[in-house]
Design a protein around this ligand. Structure first.
Ligand code: PMP
Ligand code: GLN
Length: 382
């Protein structure tokens, strides 16, 4: 058996979701909304099925969706791309991340990964024979550790994996932090794989700025989006990659090997979604911000300290003020079993014994009544 895969534990999201089912718990662990996505997208997907859109679509994605991704890049960020050569549709951002790494790395290349890191990054880097150079962000503010980042870049650096807005921290990278990263990429002739699945989920004054929109970055960045997050349809698994033509061609080759194509009816529906008016995206973020505030206030009242969160589906709680005797993993297990609320230990996003052990991630992408019930259970039980 493959050593890396046989040694890889089942993802924490599946472990905690299974535990939640077992204990009839409210699942604030795995990040998925508990409401349906927009009715017009669901209708468009159903109509496309009935219209006979059921055979292999073009490898790089249906033209309607590639054109809509290009329009979205221009509308929100002023990034102009050629939909025919610079967009590739994938089966979710998960595939897009793997395909982008496959497109860029050779064995022995070094990839800088910021920790806490989304759970597919490190295993895929290693499966490709590349070497991960982790750089740790420190709570509670998770600001960019500039000296450590600079030290991680060297002659073998091929790329950085950058997730903004960031899961699990809720951090949205600031323009000055992105400029610092851009400067390192130029100096080391490196690429960035930018996981921007939460691009439309930013709160307050925080604004998402793609690294690709910075001067000199157009040729160095691979930008990844996901219909799952932008349209609350996580089960659809439609992702989209924007990259310079030479990289996009290589991403398409990787897609050819991994899945070859992505469900055509879903692609057509996502094209409808990307063309929605700006109000849709503003309302999506405002609703999510309201949920963030509701859950944060409730957890604060239950005795947790709440870390700042400017984007994503997630807020992090510091469990130390509750006096719990044990680490984040034990806490999440106890919370699921005793309070019947599931959450995710933040140490799962690190690959080092030095990971913080006092932080727990809660998903707030749930109905307000569900959040209220979760908070009531936690307040009664902690
Ligand atoms: N990247 C991040 C940071 C995520 O949180 C997720 C999952 N929510 C993904 C990628 C995967 O997205 P998808 O479901 O489109 O594969
Ligand atoms: N991205 C989701 C999260 O962070 C989960 C995705 C998954 O279950 N693999 O909760």
């Amino acid at each position: 058996l493959n050593t890396m895969l046989s040694g890889l534990p089942t993802t924490i999201f599946t472990v905690m979701s299974a535990l939640a089912v077992q204990h009839d718990a409210i699942n604030l662990g795995q990040g998925f909304p508990d409401t349906e996505g927009p009715a017009d997208l669901i209708e468009a997907a159903a109509a496309a099925l009935r219209d006979g859109r059921n055979q292999y679509p073009p490898l790089a994605g249906v033209p309607e969706l590639r054109a809509a991704v290009a329009r979205s890049n221009a509308r929100f960020y002023g990034i102009d791309v050629d939909p025919a050569t610079e967009i590739v549709v994938t089966s979710g951002a998960t595939e897009a991340i793997t395909a982008s790494l496959m497109a860029i790395v050779d064995p022995g290349d070094e990839i800088v990964v910021l920790e806490p890191a989304y759970d597919t990054y490190l295993p895929v880097v290693r499966a490709l024979g590349a070497v991960a150079r982790p750089v740790r962000l420190t709570p509670p503010d998770w600001s960019l550790p500039r000296a450590a980042l600079e030290a991680a870049f060297g002659p073998r650096t091929k790329a950085i994996l950058l997730n903004s807005p960031m899961n699990p921290t809720g951090k949205v990278f600031r323009p000055d932090e992105l400029a610092f990263i851009a400067d390192l990429l130029v100096r080391h002739d490196a690429y960035a794989i930018c996981d921007e699945v939460y691009e439309h989920l930013t709160f307050g004054n925080a604004r998402h700025l793609p690294l690709m929109a910075l001067p000199g970055m157009r040729e160095r960045c691979v930008r990844i989006g996901s219909a799952g997050k932008s349209f609350s349809l996580t089960g659809w698994k439609v992702g989209y990659v924007t990259a310079p033509a030479a990289i996009a061609a290589c991403v398409a080759k990787a897609h050819q090997l991994l899945t070859f194509t992505t469900a055509p009816n879903l692609q057509r529906a996502v094209a409808v979604g990307l063309d929605k008016d700006t109000d849709y995206f503003t309302t999506l973020a405002a609703d999510m911000q309201d949920k963030r505030d509701q859950l944060s206030d409730g957890l604060r009242a239950a005795g947790f300290e709440i870390l700042p969160c400017d984007g994503s589906y997630f807020v992090i709680a510091d469990i130390r003020p509750t006096g719990f005797a044990g680490d984040d993993v034990a806490f999440c297990r106890a919370l699921t079993e005793r309070c019947r609320v599931a959450a995710i230990p933040v140490s799962a996003f690190y690959d080092t014994p030095e990971a913080p052990r006092h932080l727990v991630r809660f998903a707030f992408c749930k109905k307000k009544e569900v959040l209220a019930e979760a908070v009531a259970r936690i307040q009664a039980g902690v």
